[in-house]
Design a protein around this ligand. Structure first.
Ligand SMILES: C[S@@+](CC[C@H](N)C(=O)[O-])C[C@H]1O[C@@H](n2cnc3c(N)ncnc32)[C@H](O)[C@@H]1O
Length: 198
């Protein structure tokens, strides 16, 4: 299993947003929607062995996490607008500290970054922090079959988030010197793991 965790540092936590302004008033939800595409879409199918955690930290009810489970997903299409509608439905759902199912394969809970890390760390061999200065992923050995990958959104992880990652077995991994978009990094990680049969 591959777990991807992406904080949306400014992304709204309420469902009261318009689908016509996804890169503006949502606090850059569009960036996270592209991560959904990169995490799950193959040419003619959806990756079954991926879970994606979007940790939303904007107003009005931070934190909230929307979880996508590849093996259960239905109604997911490659366009950002329809995925935004699924996220909006999840954010409109009443939820507390436990996962509440919104639509098939999409869950929401009032969980923050630390809780999601702990949850994934309990299921993954290691947590990998994707960042430009880490060990080159091409040289990295993956001891376990299940791994978690943490990436920033338009901002890198905060100092507090880095401290949270450091509480678990972790490694910093680089995909090269150039700073890329988060969704592109997810595509590269998926491809690298595919090629390594992980
Ligand atoms: C748009 S970048 C964040 C800001 C970027 N670090 C900058 O200075 O402009 C989004 C995230 O993608 C990941 N990332 C981008 N380029 C990377 C690279 N070359 N290697 C590993 N991770 C990378 C990191 O997790 C980063 O926080």
């Amino acid at each position: 299993m591959r777990f991807f965790i992406v904080p949306g540092h400014r992304v709204v936590t309420g469902g009261d947003f318009t689908l016509n302004d996804l890169s503006g008033s949502t606090g850059r939800l569009d960036i996270l929607l592209r991560c959904v595409n990169s995490a799950f879409f193959l040419s003619n199918s959806i990756r079954q062995d991926v879970e994606l955690y979007l940790v939303l930290l904007g107003q009005p009810e931070p934190p909230k996490t929307v979880k996508f489970v590849g093996s259960e997903l239905r109604y997911l299409n490659p366009d950002e607008r329809s995925t935004a509608a699924l996220v909006r439905s999840a954010l409109m759902k009443r939820c507390e500290g436990e996962w509440a199912r919104s639509t098939p394969g999409i869950y929401v809970a009032r969980k923050g970054f630390d809780e999601i890390l702990a949850e994934c760390a309990g299921r993954a061999g290691e947590i990998f922090h994707l960042r430009e200065g880490g060990q080159d992923m091409r040289d990295a050995e993956f001891a376990a079959a299940d791994n978690a990958f943490v990436l920033g959104d338009q901002y890198d992880l905060t100092a507090g988030e880095e401290e949270a990652v450091a509480r678990f077995k972790n490694r910093a991994l680089s995909l090269g010197q150039k700073s890329m978009h988060t969704d592109h990094c997810i595509t590269i990680v998926n491809n690298a793991l595919d090629r390594a049969c992980r």
